[in-house]
Design a protein around this ligand. Structure first.
Ligand SMILES: Cc1ncc(COP(=O)(O)O)c(C=O)c1O
Length: 499
């Protein structure tokens, strides 16, 4: 059983990323004291008990307690335990400053926010960990050919054109839209020309744009469940009603639809996020027919389809039928690097003009010089070459991770929906497991994963348990070490290979 303090420390540790383990535990406990979670004169749990709850050594807790005592937050007497002092020391001020940089606002800060602002912050899911074993979906940003891209940028930046230095109302850099149209027609079978493409700051902004322009508050939007939290949070902010659609091995299940008509239907047909299935041809046709019947727009989030490790890449849903009611979204976050913040939407011709105007009104487009460099990078063939090279590299890393799982845990831990694509796999856990506690505990070992159950719209018994393991940004040596730590952590939760 977890105590309130144990739960608090496990959660808080996800935000305390720097320093040694005992320093991180110390800061979590200090936070609990300063925030009043541990009241003045409250007794701290016995070091042995807290160590057991947090799955760390007793020495880690003892060191954290010692530091709390040295800084005057707690007092201790041999044989009588450790308790919070009645009056906090001056160092409190230091903590208050640190708090300004943390993700979750205090209750006082929350009072300053609007209801939707507080809701957004309350549901915040973006992790402070974006690099290392096993951050899901992170590409290996060190492998990008930075010298080539810099050379292109340097050449273009020397004599920029005026249009590249002023606000854009054209839906992004024309050369990039044109290079993308050519690329998407060939690589993803998308029906499009440059006058259907709007450049955005990633899928996140694209989702915001379509929601603001195509839905009203209270409209129904159907989403995959489990699905991407980034889309969910965006939809929540736009005030729509999210209706979940379940997932099976053929993708989104369409035989028991929610009541009413959705304005938008969000899907990840090439590689369902996060479970990994591919939407079957039969269901693709069914989905388009449903959207036509309800006069809805399907939003195809094609976030990582470039990475398919066996067989040919699947063509897009958008390209399946002429004039399909599909808005296609893509991103360079996985193929180049996330901080580039460049993505795109391909819209049916009738929507291009209003959405382009809306994008200019809402976001005042910019970053045109880097978009121009990206166009050149694609035109010169470097983009395709980089994707091909990364496909090989990630394919090897993926295989390595799958072998580790099969060998040290067993085939039962591999998810049956896996379709050999994307930048993460799911380590399937028995249904009784608390995957949130396991992920928090893994973090104490320096292993960054995300619990599968948190990708569901509501917490319910049907939610599958597992851990998302990203493999793309980790070399085999680091993967091996991190996997060893993960095994140790799983063992503490009673999970190990049966034989
Ligand atoms: C399903 C899904 N869509 C989109 C994105 C990327 O969005 P962006 O282009 O805003 O980086 C991610 C990132 O992990 C994702 O998992």
């Amino acid at each position: 059983m977890h105590s309130l303090l144990g739960d608090h420390v496990l959660q808080r540790l996800q935000q305390e990323t720097s320093g040694t383990l005992h320093q991180r535990v110390f800061r979590c406990l200090r936070y609990a004291i300063v925030e009043g979670i541990l009241a003045p004169m409250a007794r701290l749990p016995a070091s042995r008990d807290l160590a057991r709850e947090l799955h760390v050594s007793r020495n880690t807790i003892l060191s954290a307690y010692e530091q709390l005592q040295a800084e005057g937050y707690v007092d201790a007497k041999t044989g009588h335990g450790t308790w919070v002092v009645p009056h906090l020391p001056d160092a409190f001020l230091k903590v208050a400053q640190e708090k300004a940089n943390t993700v979750h606002p205090s209750s006082t800060e929350k009072k300053m926010l609007s209801r939707r602002g507080a809701s957004l912050v309350g549901y915040a899911a973006a992790s402070p960990y974006q690099w290392g074993a096993f951050v899901p979906g992170a590409p290996d940003v060190t492998e990008f050919p930075h010298p080539i891209f810099s050379r292109i940028q340097a050449k273009l930046n020397k004599e920029p054109q005026i249009e590249q230095l002023i606000y854009s109302s054209a839906g992004g850099c024309p050369e990039l839209r044109s290079a993308l149209a050519d690329h998407l027609r060939v690589a993803r079978s998308v029906h499009c020309d440059a006058h259907q493409i709007i450049i955005t700051e990633g899928v996140h902004q694209a989702v915001d744009l379509v929601c603001r322009t195509l839905t009203d508050i209270g409209d129904d939007v159907w989403i995959e469940d489990p699905g991407y939290w980034g889309v969910r949070n965006n939809l929540r902010m736009n005030g729509v009603q999210m209706r979940p659609l379940p997932i099976d091995q053929h993708g989104v299940v369409l035989d028991q639809l929610p009541k009413g008509s959705p304005k938008l239907i969000f899907v990840t047909p090439s590689h369902q996020y996060p479970l990994g299935s591919h939407l079957s041809l039969e269901r693709r046709k069914q989905l388009i027919a449903i959207a036509r019947e309800h006069k809805s727009w399907i939003i195809e989030d094609d976030y990582d389809s470039e990475f398919r490790f066996s067989g040919l890449p699947y063509p897009s849903l958008q390209g399946l039928e002429e004039d399909s009611p599909v808005i296609y979204m893509g991103t360079f976050s996985k193929t180049i690097y996330p901080a580039l913040r460049i993505g795109y939407i391909v819209v049916p011709k009738a929507l291009y003009s209003p959405l382009r105007v809306a994008a200019a009104e809402l976001y005042r487009g910019g970053h045109l010089l880097i978009q121009r460099a990206l166009a050149e990078f694609i035109r010169e063939g470097h983009y395709e070459a980089h994707i091909r090279r990364m496909r090989l590299l990630y394919g090897k890393r993926r295989k390595f991770l799958i072998n580790l799982i099969s060998r040290y845990l067993g085939e039962d831990f591999l998810h049956e929906y896996d379709d050999q694509s994307g930048l993460h796999i799911i380590l399937k856990l028995p249904s009784h497991c608390d995957d949130v506690a396991i992920a928090s505990s893994a973090l104490l070992y320096g292993v960054k994963t995300r619990p599968l159950s948190q990708y569901y719209l509501f917490s319910h018994a049907r939610a599958q348990r597992g851990l998302l393991l990203g493999f793309a940004c980790v070399n085999e040596k680091d993967m091996m070490m991190a996997f060893g730590m993960l095994l140790q952590c799983l063992r503490e939760f009673g999970i190990e290979k049966l034989n």
